[in-house]
Design a protein around this ligand. Structure first.
Ligand code: URA
Length: 167
């Protein structure tokens, strides 16, 4: 794909996602960062290490869940993806989820929410209850990068993961 003119000349590779078919839970982030762009794997940098901790605290293994991003390519300097870039990547996300058929999707941050649910509301106003995407129940919570900057939001993310685990 070469639709995003500002991205395509800087990316090393696409980062499509990792995990099993028919996962119970899918985690959806924003876009690859520098380490993800280098390695081809999603969530392997600092935010990724925190995501792995969250997954393991849920008594799951990272290999049991599917991890993907709204954007498959790294925006230069890790800037926030613009709406047009999210739209360019949407058909890939939609096809991916159609094949994967997850039972639950966790949207990590506002870009994942915009991509999956088409909503531009804040994470704070959407978290704490279930949403729906086709057959999947959707949980909205804060992005791990946000947690690295705002320790106090960790307890809210943990509440959201407990809501999911109760199901
Ligand atoms: N942040 C994301 O949203 N995705 C990654 O893969 C890494 C960091």
């Amino acid at each position: 794909c070469r639709k995003c003119a500002d991205i395509v000349c800087f990316r090393q590779q696409t980062v499509f996602g990792t995990g099993p078919l028919n996962p119970t839970v899918c985690f959806m982030g924003e876009a690859p960062g520098a380490e993800e762009d280098r390695s081809g794997q999603p969530f392997v940098g600092r935010a990724g290490q925190l995501l792995t901790k969250i997954i393991e605290a849920m008594q799951l293994k990272r290999d049991d869940v599917f991890i993907l991003n709204a954007l498959k390519c790294r925006p230069p300097q890790n800037r926030t993806p613009v709406p047009e870039e999210i739209e360019h990547c949407n058909p890939f996300v939609a096809t991916q989820l159609e094949i994967l058929q997850p039972k639950y999707i966790v949207c990590l941050g506002a870009v994942a929410v915009r991509s999956l649910l088409g909503l531009t509301l804040s994470v704070g106003s959407l978290r704490g209850r279930f949403h729906q995407y086709r057959q999947a129940r959707v949980v909205v919570t804060y992005h791990p990068s946000y947690l690295l900057r705002n320790e106090s939001a960790k307890k809210l993310v943990w509440q959201d993961m407990q809501m999911l685990m109760l199901e």
